[in-house]
Design a protein around this ligand. Structure first.
Ligand SMILES: Nc1ncnc2c1ncn2[C@@H]1O[C@H](COP(=O)(O)OP(=O)(O)OP(=O)(O)O)[C@@H](O)[C@H]1O
Ligand SMILES: [Mg+2]
Length: 358
């Protein structure tokens, strides 16, 4: 099949489709996650017959395909049945009960006013709508541990018991890096969410090689890279806890390094050089998290990039840049600490100093 005319390479770029190596790219083919995908699909299968489905708890280290697999399953479910209303929520962005319920309202009952409406009323209105339309709510709560930072995990109880309380079917899919998230929930919430536990283990070097090699075929021109380059990128991912995101980013950086040299081939040396610029699994996660924060909080993070700061320095900066009071600055700092992006330590004479979390 001929490629889209806009995707054809221009000049001597090594890329055929650069987007395929961007962090948000959704691959056509998910490699080596068949068993996890079918476990999740089994939870959702009863929806078509109007039966109650099982909730799911998905866990595993960063870059192991959790979000990708959820998106894949949801895409196929939506093709298979009209009886599912699927909503994806990143709990970093929607980190409170009210924010999550507002998102659900927006997707199911867009006529509901955006503000000033109580959580229980939202639940009543959306469940009425779901029952009328004969649909099951499938809600993916990605990065679910972020609900714990603000003690907002009670919303899980509401969502897990939609059938018992409001008579509408729901399937809650919790996604987290932490395997013991469920044990952190109180027993009342935990029992409302009982279902399948689906583990995503770290990728082996061989699995990473397959993932990088398939992606290279989509992203790069044929013949501009060798197996050695693929193996080196996979090895970097393996060293970083079996993280496919790190391995794919390494390939992207290697291609950029070769391009800068004006070469039409990516060499093993390009790959090795690019490793110096590549980030660890934790750094990539922190960067993604900070991209989902507001502009104001990012300004504070940028300020802290320059080094350790005292609270006075931060308050002065926030006032100068944002015109906000010390109280607001303190609140912002507390939020960044709770989100694990900033750390506080004891400074001189009993004061506290702040820096970016390493
Ligand atoms: N099995 C796979 N096949 C193809 N690409 C994959 C696979 N697993 C991961 N990837 C790619 O790796 C990157 C990271 O995957 P994903 O976002 O799904 O990881 P995650 O487990 O959700 O990580 P995190 O816990 O950090 O959110 C994505 O770009 C995705 O396309
Ligand atoms: Mg994810």
């Amino acid at each position: 099949m001929r490629e889209n005319i806009f995707q054809e390479s221009t000049g001597n770029s090594l890329f055929k489709n650069e987007d395929a190596l961007s962090p948000d790219y959704f691959p056509e083919q998910v490699i080596g996650r068949e068993s996890q995908i079918s476990e999740l699909a089994a939870c959702l299968k009863p929806i078509e017959e109007g039966r109650k489905c099982a909730h799911a708890f998905i866990f595993g280290p960063p870059g192991t395909g959790k979000t990708t697999c959820c998106r894949k399953v949801i895409e196929e479910l939506t093709e298979y049945t009209t009886k599912a209303k699927c909503i994806y929520a990143n709990c970093w962005q929607h980190s409170s009960r009210q924010a999550l319920l507002s998102l659900i309202a927006e997707k199911i009952e867009p006529t509901l006013p955006r503000r000033g409406i109580a959580g229980d009323e939202i639940l009543q209105r959306v469940t009425e709508q779901l029952k009328r339309a004969n649909k099951t709510l499938v809600i993916i709560l990605d990065e679910a541990d972020k609900l714990f930072f603000n003690n907002e995990q009670n919303v899980l109880y509401d969502l897990g018991r939609l059938k018992e309380v409001w008579g509408a079917n729901s399937c809650v899919i919790l996604v987290s890096n932490s395997p013991d998230l469920m044990t952190k929930l109180d027993s009342r919430i935990r029992s409302s969410l009982l279902g399948s536990q689906i583990s995503f283990n770290a990728y082996s070097p061989i699995e990473l090689k397959k993932i990088v090699s398939e992606r290279a075929k989509t992203a790069l021109r044929a013949g501009c890279y060798s197996d050695d380059v693929i193996a080196l990128c996979a090895a970097l991912g393996a060293k970083n806890g079996g993280d496919a995101r790190v391995a794919l980013k390494a390939l992207f950086l290697a291609a950029k390094t070769a391009e800068k040299r004006g070469s039409d081939k990516i060499t093993a040396d390009d790959a090795r050089k690019s490793f110096g610029e590549s980030q660890s699994s934790a750094q990539m996660k922190a960067e993604r998290d900070s991209q989902l924060l507001g502009e104001e909080d990012n300004l504070i993070l940028d300020f802290l990039k320059a080094g350790v700061k005292t609270s006075g320095e931060i308050y002065e900066f926030v006032e100068r840049k944002l015109g906000e009071s010390d109280r607001n600055a303190r609140k912002r700092l507390e939020k960044l600490i709770a989100k694990n992006l900033v750390q506080a330590e004891d400074g001189q004479k009993g004061s506290r100093v702040f820096s970016l979390k390493k």
